[in-house]
Design a protein around this ligand. Structure first.
Ligand SMILES: Cc1cc2nc3c(=O)[nH]c(=O)nc-3n(C[C@H](O)[C@H](O)[C@H](O)COP(=O)(O)OP(=O)(O)OC[C@H]3O[C@@H](n4cnc5c(N)ncnc54)[C@H](O)[C@@H]3O)c2cc1C
Length: 482
């Protein structure tokens, strides 16, 4: 039998014998999938169609023991390693060329304990998996706004969505995590056990180990919430965005109102005459009493003269998937992101002129309203530093024809650069693209040295480097703070 050619951590080609692969197979509950074998393509195919990589081998894990065997195998063979959970990350670090792919997507269990209002979640679970289980008990935790996103990557980068203003980031609700470390050991990190590791995991991405189980705090939500959309024509953009920005300063934590500038999709609540025209959409969620939500959201209907108002009681789990049709897997994507502590008039004008040049019907600019509970946590309490980001703006370049790659990418980069002078300089690591490694240090700002020291302690050989990488501190003289 022929040897398998794989890629090492140092980007060299290396042969591994079939006997060595067979020995690994023998240790697993899950399977090894080699190129051409069942499961190989499923594991390497991720949300962003720009990423088309072919790992040397895939370990499709079924539990922490499988992950530990895969990590040990990779370390001993000095292989490049990628870790894939939901496969949603725009940068595509979830898959490597030639190395070992640790595929967690089959580990999808979600166990809710309604008595303690907690959930244990495996890393292959999507937001839909989590919300559906938790909502069976009328519970939820803050997650993102596209239900096919993976819980694991979202959590490790911070995690924000409709409940963030009320209950904080996803990491603010993380109680503990089970982690396979670079040396193959399995540790539990929480406020009491391994607190430094726990600090680093909450925002530090996949730099510190492979998380095989998350424990979250849950909160009573829904099952119905007051939610929906108010839509204005782009001709009113300046007026409605300024009024929305002012409104955000006084909105209650239970209310989240985001702004999306794009071409109107053919949704049933929009008049046909508006389909394809430039619009400003305000998606709205009030996580509380229905009548209070109606009162709280009413000013958004009066920001200007709306084309459509579609607000009312909606199933929370359903609204968590409201953007799924616009953000389906398989498109080509290039995104840019900026954090804002405030939206000045000039920043709003910048957003409007970037949207005036939308290069296609799937492209959009998303501005998330944050603040609230998230902003009340000190910036050094967790690795996630951007607590002052009261607004996160994403320029979503999204298209299907490879011939448009450069055109859409240029638009996204131009919009980002034009808005950068108004932004804080940090960026949400879960939205950084593969070519933005140089933004990592700035994005962790004052927390970066401590993260580098912890990287040196927990992964000195930088085995986990297929991510927005935090390089290990160069010498032991950089100590982490207690
Ligand atoms: C359409 C869309 C909508 C989004 N909306 C939101 C949103 O509303 N809010 C928000 O906060 N984010 C949002 N995101 C960003 C999202 O949080 C990140 O893409 C996140 O990385 C996705 O996690 P995943 O598990 O699906 O990703 P993957 O691509 O599987 O993983 C991303 C990276 O995380 C690391 N990783 C994953 N799992 C583990 C693990 N178990 N242990 C160690 N490392 C691991 C690896 O480095 C991996 O490369 C959105 C992304 C997209 C594409």
């Amino acid at each position: 039998m022929t040897d398998l050619t794989v890629r090492t951590l140092n980007a060299l080609a290396k042969n591994i014998s079939q006997d060595t692969v067979a020995a690994l197979r023998g240790k697993l509950r899950g399977v090894v999938a080699l190129p051409g074998e069942d499961g190989y393509d499923a594991a390497r195919t991720i949300w962003n169609a720009m990423i088309d990589r072919r790992p040397g081998l895939v370990v499709r894990c079924l539990g922490a023991a499988d992950v530990a065997h895969a990590v040990t195998f990779a370390r001993e063979e000095k292989l490049l390693v990628a870790v894939r959970a939901g496969g949603h990350n725009i940068a595509g670090h979830a898959v490597c060329d030639g190395g070992l792919l640790i595929d967690l997507s089959l580990m999808k269990s979600v166990n809710v304990d309604p008595a303690s209002e907690t959930a244990r979640v495996e890393p292959g679970a999507t937001l839909a998996d989590f919300d559906k289980e938790a909502q069976a008990f009328g519970l939820a935790t803050p997650l993102g706004i596209n239900s096919t996103t993976g819980v694991a990557g979202l959590t490790l980068g911070g995690g924000f969505g409709w409940l963030t203003r009320l209950h904080g980031l996803t990491i603010d609700n993380l109680l503990s995590a089970r982690v396979v470390m670079a040396d193959g050991s399995v540790r539990t990190a929480s406020a009491r056990e391994e607190p430094e590791l726990f600090w680093a995991l909450r925002g530090g991405g996949g730099n510190f180990g492979v998380v095989t189980s998350f424990e979250f705090a849950l909160h009573p939500i829904g099952p119905e919430v007051y939610a929906g959309f108010v839509v204005y024509p782009s001709a009113q953009a300046r007026q409605v965005l300024r009024a929305w920005r002012d409104f955000c300063g006084t909105a209650p934590d239970a209310l989240s109102v985001w702004a999306v500038l794009r071409k109107a999709p053919p949704l049933p609540f929009l008049p046909e005459s508006a389909h394809g025209s430039d619009v400003v959409i305000f998606p709205i969620v009030y996580a509380g009493d229905m009548e209070a939500g109606k009162r709280a959201a009413a000013p958004i209907e009066r920001l200007g003269d709306p084309i459509a108002v579609a607000l009312g009681p909606m199933p929370y789990a359903g609204f968590q998937g409201a953007f799924d049709p616009l953000l389906a897997a398989g498109g080509r994507n290039y995104w840019k992101t900026n954090n804002f502590d405030r939206l000045s008039d000039a920043a709003i004008d910048g957003v409007i002129s970037a949207a005036a040049g939308l290069p296609g019907g799937e492209c959009e600019i998303f501005v998330a309203q944050l603040g609230g509970a998230m902003a009340r946590v000190p910036a050094d309490a967790t690795a996630f530093v951007g607590r002052d980001a009261h607004f996160i703006m994403n320029v979503h370049g999204r298209w299907s024809d490879p011939a448009d790659d450069a055109r859409v990418r240029d638009w996204a980069r131009g919009a980002f650069s034009a808005l950068a002078p108004h932004a804080t300089g940090t960026g949400y690591v879960n939205f950084l693209t593969e070519d933005e490694g140089e933004r990592v240090a700035a994005s962790y700002a004052g927390n970066h040295p401590r993260l580098q020291a912890l990287k040196r302690r927990f992964d000195p050989g930088n085995l986990f480097r297929m991510n927005l990488n935090i390089a290990p501190a160069a010498s032991a003289s950089t100590q982490s703070s207690p």
